[in-house]
Design a protein around this ligand. Sequence first.
Ligand code: FES
Ligand code: FE
Length: 416
Amino acid sequence: MTETQNQLMHRLAANTRVGYSFDQEFYASDAVFKADMDAIISQKWLLAGHVSRIPNKGDYFLFRVGTEQIIVIRENADSVRAFFNVCRHRGSTICQAESGNAPRLVCPYHAWTFGLDGRLISARLMPEDFDKAENSLFACHIRVFHGLIFINMSEDEPVDFDATFGDMGPILDYHGFDNARIAHAGSYPTTANWKLVVENFFECYHCVPSHPEFCSMHAAESIVAVGAGPSSGPADAIASFAPKLQVWEEQASAAGRPIGNIDDAPDSSHLRLLMQRMNKEGWSSETQDGSPPAPLMGKRDKPDGGRMHLSFSPFSQIVADDHFAILFQFTPRGALETDVEMIWIVDGNATEDEVDIEKMIWGYHATTTQDKVITENNQAGIMSTRYRPGRYSDQEGSVIKFQKWYLHQFGLERAE
Ligand code: FES
Ligand code: FE
C-alpha cells in the first residue's frame, strides 16, 4: 500500500530530534516537496515583487512557484491582478515571456483572448452553447500592501491578509515602500531544497567563516547576538548586547522611527519577524565604507544608522537601511531547486545619478552569491549515504524555531 502524504510526514517527523538538522528525505524527496507545496507553499502569502516593476496598464511579469506560473499584471492605475498562466481552452500557457506588456492576454495556441480582468473576450468557432462567461482565467489571490505585491495560490479563502500583516503597515509606511522604485534586481537560483535556503538565512553561525563582506559591515557582537533574528543567538550574547540596542532604540524612536519587534511563535501562520538594530558604529548604511549609496528613503529626515529586517514568512524577507532596501524572495521550484531573487529598492524620487548601484549592491550581492554556494554544498553533502542529522550550535536558535513551525504546518510536533 502506498504511503499517504499524512503518513509520510508523520513517519519522518517521528525520526526528528529537536536541536538536530532534518533527515535527508525532508531536503531531497519529491513526495515531501509535493507535501510542502500542498500544505505550506500554496497556502502562504508570498512576496512577488514591487509595484514599480509594472507601472503601465498591461505591464506584467511571471512569478513561478513550483510548477505554477502566475501572471501578475497591471489592469489599470488602481488595480494589479494575478492569474494562473493557463488557458481555459486546452491549457496552454498564455504569456511566454518573463515580463512584457499585453493590452490583452492572447493565447498563442488557438488565439483565445482574455481581458486584463481575466474575462474571455473572444474564442473563434465555438459551439452555440459555449458560455464565455464560464471561461475566465483562474484568478490568484493578490494583495498590494504599501507597494509590495503579495500572491496566495490557495484554492480556498486564504489566511486574512490584514489580520496577519496589518501591524506591519506603520513600519512599511515609515520606510516609504509605497513611493519607492526598483533600482536593481539580481537572480541567484540555488540548486537546493527551499528549507536549506531558509535555514541558511535564519542563522548567522556561518557569517564569520563565509561572509567577509557582511562581517565587515557589522559589529561582531551584533552578529553573534542577533545576526539572524532576535532569538537566533546565545542567551548571554543577547543579554550583553541589549543595553546598547536599547540606547539606539531610544534615539531612533525620538527621531520618528516606529520601534518594536515582531517575533511570531512557531504555531503562527506565517512566522513573521521584525527586528531593528543599529549598523556598525560609524556605518550609516550597509556599504563597503559605510557611506550612503542613495538618498534617504521614506519619512526620515536624517539617518539613524539603523537596519530593519522584516520577514513576512520564511519565503519573503526585507532588509532596509536608511538609504535603500532589499526584497528577498525564496521561491521553491522543485525538491532541489529554489529561486532566490533580490530586488534593491530606493526612494521613488531618487534620480539615477543619485544612486550608486555598484556601491549599493556590494555587500549583499557578495553575501548572497556566497550563500548560493554554501547552500548548494550543504545540499550536495546531504545527498550522501553518510549524511546524518547534525547538532545545532547556540547560534542557530532561529533554525530550530523554523523547524518547529514547519512541522506545525502539518499538525506535527516532536518531543523536546
Ligand atoms: Fe489556448 Fe487553445 S489552448 S487557445
Ligand atoms: Fe549567509
